[in-house]
Write a protein that binds this ligand. Structure first.
Ligand code: SAM
Length: 347
């Protein structure tokens, strides 16, 4: 019985968590990022070329039932407590609502969130909320529709604002905004973006641009750093450390003008947080990555389609995470950007 939702096999079964995803440095992965597609309906210049990419062949992409089976193994056997659906653009996945519903039926029930560009979210937010979606992060790099069209190469700024409104209206709070600042393009928007977020009760997080673009054009010299972002913000706002236990959270959190509003800065490059990373990643074609910057992946799709039992799949997943390196290595002289870009890994 799965509540008519279609996929979950063990909603009523007792949890069988018998092991954790532990690596050689003692980190435990409890946060699963699931990429539901490598495709996107935007072409953000720092992520994808204008013409798009060579997409994964449909037959390589996990079916909805396969995604749910792997999420179930993660949650019921391997101690996953948070599941975030991403992409590419996860709203391009027609079965998203059913995947969310099946995930919400799992026990122990994981926290379920979505990272999205927001296009089409307003139309689907009620169904996603009903399915069990707990939170949403919407990406918004600029308040200027014309700039948006330059950065994302699509005129969809109004859709993103509508998505934020819709998420807040349905009660998916806190609604989070992810923003990437690009030198000479929107690096003057740290303050306006924060004002916008504070006025509307959204939680804004700035993300340092990482070497994960498809064109391999990232350069440390032009990246807008966490220190620069904080300098711009402190010229206008009084920022004090939030005092909250950071745990495995990637964002350093600051109270804005004494709070309760906060702003987060994710300094993935200049202030890495690998030592407390608790993430494990599943690509749309069923590969486990133990790090955004990993150069190796572990194939769960082959096992799944070869008829492997859950225990065997869990073993492979566990071995993949055990091999996680201590850090992403961006500062190492021999650093090589992973073969897959952010959009294909799942951001
Ligand atoms: N399409 C969804 C979205 O727009 O949120 C999910 C996927 S997107 C890859 C996830 C996040 O990664 C977005 O906030 C995007 O701005 C960010 N991103 C993409 N490329 C990045 C890069 N090279 N460095 C830092 N963040 C990046």
């Amino acid at each position: 019985m799965d509540g008519g939702r279609g996929y979950a096999r063990s909603m009523t079964a007792a949890p069988v968590i018998d092991r954790a995803l532990v690596d050689a440095f003692g980190r435990v992965a409890t946060d699963l990022r699931v990429s539901l597609t490598d495709r996107c309906n935007l072409r953000c210049a720092y992520c994808m070329p204008a013409e798009g990419l060579e997409w994964l062949p449909t037959e390589d992409v996990l079916t909805d039932a396969e995604v749910v089976r792997l999420v179930e193994i993660g949650v019921t056997r391997l101690g996953i407590r948070e599941v975030r659906f991403t992409g590419g653009e996860p709203l391009l996945r027609p079965g998203l609502e059913r995947i969310v519903a099946a995930t919400a039926d799992l026990r122990p029930r994981p926290d379920i969130s979505l990272t999205t560009n927001g296009i089409g979210l307003a139309r689907r937010i009620d169904a996603l909320h009903t399915a069990g979606l707990d939170r949403v992060n919407v990406s918004l790099d600029t308040l200027d529709p014309d700039r948006f069209a330059v950065i994302a190469r699509r005129k969809r700024h109004a859709d993103v604002l509508a998505a934020l409104d819709a998420a807040a209206a349905v009660g998916l709070r806190p609604v989070k905004i992810n923003a990437v600042l690009l030198r000479g393009i929107n690096d003057d928007e740290a303050v306006p973006l924060l004002r916008f977020a504070v006025d509307r009760g959204y939680h804004l997080r700035f993300i340092e641009q990482m070497p994960l673009d498809a064109g391999h054009r990232w350069s440390r010299a032009t990246m807008v750093t966490a220190a620069e972002i904080l300098a711009a913000l402190t010229a206008e706002f009084d920022l004090t450390p939030s005092g909250e236990e950071r745990g495995s959270a990637p964002a350093e959190l600051w109270l804005v003008d004494g709070g309760p509003a906060t702003v987060g800065v994710i300094g993935s490059v200049t202030r890495p947080f690998c030592g407390s990373c608790d993430r494990t990643r599943l690509t749309a074609d069923g590969q486990i990555r133990n790090c955004l910057f990993a150069r190796e992946e572990s194939d769960l799709r082959g096992l799944l389609r070869g008829g492997a039992a859950d225990a065997e799949i869990a073993d492979r997943w566990q071995a993949a995470m055990a091999a996680k390196l201590p850090g992403h290595g961006i500062d190492d002289p021999g650093f090589l950007q992973p073969a897959r870009p952010m959009s294909a890994i799942g951001g």
